[in-house]
Every structure is written in C-alpha cells, then in structure tokens.
Design a protein around this ligand. Sequence first.
Ligand code: SF4
Length: 422
Amino acid sequence: MKTNFHVKKKDLYRLPWSMNDNPIGWVEVTDVCNIKCDGCYRLIMGEGHKSLKQIKEEISFMKQWRNCDNISLAGGEPILHPRILDIVSYIKALKMKSIILTNGYALSTKMLSDLKDAGLTGFSFHMDTTQVRPEFKKKKIGSEMELNDLRIKFAKMSKKAGLNASFGITVHDGNLEEVPAFIQWAVDNAGLVNGISLITYRTMPTQGIAYFSKGKEVNVNSNSLGYTSGKDSSDETQKITSKQLYALVRSHFKGYEASSYLGGTVDHSSIKWLIGNLIVSGNGKVLGGYGKKAMELIQSIYHFTKGSYLVYPHSKVGKEIFLLSLFDRPLRNTFFQFLKRSFINPFRLFKPVHVLGIGIIQAPDILPDGSIDMCDDCPDLCVHEGKLVNSCRLDECRIYGEFLQPRPVISKKPVEEDRLVS
Ligand code: SF4
C-alpha cells in the first residue's frame, strides 16, 4: 500500500504514561473462553477462573503501583467469571473506572444492567473475522462488514444501559482493505460508538530466529504459544504497521488526526500506540479531529485535577471539546467546519457532536538481531507472581517461567578455505 501520508513523531504528543503512573491496569480474571480467535495473545491452559481474593489483590496492586484511572478486565472471557459483578464493584469502591474486554457472546440485557449497577464504565468489544463465532453456526466469517449487525446490537444494548462501547478488530492482510469501511461504520454510528481499536495481527518469526529459555532452545513451532500459530517470518501478516494503518485512515478520512503516541522500546522510529480521533456531526459528517496540543491539555488537566492520566472518558465527549480549540490548530479547523455548517443551517448548532477515538496498536516486533520492540511504557502490564509483565507476553511466563530470549540463527555454512588462510 503506497500513500503520501507519513506520521511524524514531532507532530504528535508523546503520552506521559509510565510504569508507575499509567491510566491502565490490566487484570485477567479467567482463562476460560467461549470463542476461538486466531492470533489471540492468551492460551487456554485450563487454569479456569481466578479466585476473587487473587483478583482483588491484583486490582489493589494496580492501584498502588500504577496509579490507574481504569482497570481493563480481560481474560479469557471476563463475562464468564461467576463473581464479575463483585469484581466491578470492588474497582468502583477503589474509585477507578472499569472496562470489560469481551467478545459479547455471553452478554444479556440483564447482565448489562447488573454491570452498570455494579459501577462498570463500558465495554471494549472484540468482533472480527479472526473468530469462529457461535452466532454464525461455528462458521468463520468472511468479511468484517458481516459483523456489523452484531456490533450494532451490542452498541445499542450498551447505550440503553448507559455504558460506553468501543469496538476492536485484529488487522491482518485478509481484512486490511476493510479497515476504512469499518471506520465508516463507526462514523455512521458515532452516537452509539465511543471508539475503535485496530490491533495489528501478531506472529512470532520462526525463520532465522531461535528461542531460548533458561539457556535451552525451545520449539515454539509446536504452537505452544497461541501467537506462533504456525506462521513464520515470511508471513506478511505480521508486517502491517501502525504507520501503514495511519496512512490508510488518512487517505480515506479527510480531517482524521493522530494526536499522540507511544514509541517502541528498541526501535526509535517505531510507533506502537497511535491515538487519533474523528469529530463527527450529529448527521454523520466528519468535521475533522483534534491534535497534539488538545491531547496534552487533556492529559495535563486531568492529571492535575484527578491525580492520574486519562484513557477512557466516563461518558461520550461532545461539543465541549471545542473549548480547547483556542490552543489546538487542527481543532480550530474542525470548529470552523462546525460553525460553517451551522451558519448554513442554524439548527445544526443544537445537534450533537461526537468524538470518535481511533486507537492503533502495533503488536511486538521481533527484530532480526533477536531484540524485541515492545510498547514503550506498556499500558497493558499485568501482575504475574508479584511482578508486572507485558500481558502480550504473559504466556511465555506461564509456560516457560520467564520471557523467551530470541536469538538470530547463525548460519552453519563452512568458512571458505581462502578466508581461513588469510
Ligand atoms: S507491549 Fe504492552 S501495550 Fe504493547 S502489545 Fe504488549 S501488552 Fe500490549
């Protein structure tokens, strides 16, 4: 894919999140799941549901060591945990927000309203073509758009219960071209959808790289880790980057702005988290977006007033965003578009405006020299045996007791004789 849109770090705000001051705490409550997704970061190893005691300890750990504003409840499928309401109530009692990452399959209207009463902030729904969903008679879905009816169903259910709803897809070469249509769906339903996330498909290269644990080589090809999935370094699916996705979104949505980022831990040029947005009028017209100054103000003011950084707002953001247009050039342009349209039809002044967040996340990259480019100041650290570990690599700790060490495979070709002589 070739486009003329290049994202430059100097045009973005580097999010100030760090290990000990990060708006997100990642807590996995179960390894039970009711759906199989390709490229899932988590293996179902039969550990079942964690005890409420252990979950409470992990949540308190996050509060103490991460200064979280939000706890992301993950799994497995968190809705299946029999004490999910107690878990959500506990988070609320500690004055944090909670988001459940779910495939939605087990969600009922009653469960939604119980979760709302317990203090839940919202859902991040994962529905995409990597899944084999029971609603589709255990068939793999051919196109992202086939899932829109299901997405709308859950967006409406969430809105009715007063809960936020974001929708994520894993992006691979099979659905890359559908990304603009997926975003357009979110734009068309901006009154129901808070945000979308695009996570690049994750694999582990197995050609030219060997993996070691405690000094011994391990065979990751045996599919012992979910994300090896039998794919290797020649597989193009792992080459989709956040920069490519940025260019794709830019080329289809005039006015789309990326405001902030997290870089990589090894590659100075990589962008692992790219946060952007579209500001959409009440009748589904894209007005523009906001840029780095607005994001800097949002993070700084929130931290100054609440004591932590912000990732998920409590409720949908609307016209109040224009208050920041004094300080942010892209937002000024967006505000101008809003005023221009309202001048033509003054009734538009009273119509709602929706801010649609677009988060792009580039999965870890294993580089040819064996180093791993992770997300700098990873927001999705979880607790494992009293330590914080990247949740995307938790299975390495669960299976091998530590992170695997990748090393480039040295060619065993014999050294030529004339080189030996010299
Ligand atoms: S490094 Fe952290 S934020 Fe990045 S993919 Fe892994 S767990 Fe997620």
